[in-house]
Design a binder for this molecule. Structure first.
Ligand SMILES: [Ca+2]
Length: 217
């Protein structure tokens, strides 16, 4: 069994030492870029919780980072009959906020903390950012359509997305959401309007609470 040790030394990488791990020039190990103490402040997790999460992370990702391809591969196991690529890439981009094309431990734990420790506005903001595919602060109709289509792809048998009735259903759902979320009729959705709408919608609030309890440690 691997054991995570925190040495508290000047070198931050020492804080995350995992016993029995093997590194080589061809298989280097990527360490978190901030110390456990810094992560505790950032995430409100205890040192023990961070150690537990890091140990779990290292078991699944011994190199200390997750590539986009690996992330998609992991996600595919959750929806084996659908097409996961597009949705999992959107999700990957929302976790890889520094746009490095890899997810490090601190990216994951920061997201996890936001989803369980963050305010309702923080969590709704994270969902808004998922829909805001190019991260420019607004959701356009095209972005909303792409995100909804990617969700349909998760559950539809591969190849079924191009059926006209399915496309029509996605178009209709996109229009319904634009109509609901674009409170000031800007022609796009801004974060304030999105959060305001969600806060007043009991069904969404119930779903948010279920999501939070479902992902707690
Ligand atoms: Ca956008």
């Amino acid at each position: 069994m691997n054991i995570v040790r925190s040495t508290g030394g000047r070198n931050n990488s020492d804080n995350y030492k995992v016993e029995n791990e093997t590194a080589s020039p061809s298989h280097p190990i990527s360490r978190p870029t901030c110390s456990i103490t810094e992560l505790m402040k950032k995430t409100n997790f205890s040192k023990e919780e961070i150690r537990h999460l890091y140990r779990t992370f290292k078991q699944d990702s011994p190199s200390g980072q997750v590539s986009k391809e690996r992330f998609v591969s992991i996600f595919t196991t959750l929806f084996p009959t659908g097409e996961c690529y597009r949705y999992s890439v959107f999700l990957f981009k929302n976790i890889d906020r520094s746009n490095t094309n890899i997810i490090r431990f601190e990216d994951l734990i920061t997201t996890y903390s936001l989803l369980i420790h963050g305010s309702i506005e923080d969590r709704l903001g994270w969902i808004f950012d998922l829909y805001d595919i190019n991260k420019d602060g607004i959701i356009t109709r095209m972005e909303l359509f792409q995100l909804i289509a990617s969700i349909f792809q998760l559950i539809l048998p591969v190849g079924k997305l191009n059926y006209t009735p399915i496309i029509n259903t996605i178009e209709q759902r996109t229009d319904e959401l634009i109509h609901a979320w674009d409170i000031h009729e800007n022609g796009f959705i801004c974060k304030e309007d999105f959060i305001q709408y969600c806060l007043q919608n009991e069904t969404i609030m119930r779903s948010m609470n279920k999501l939070k309890s479902g992902i707690c440690l």
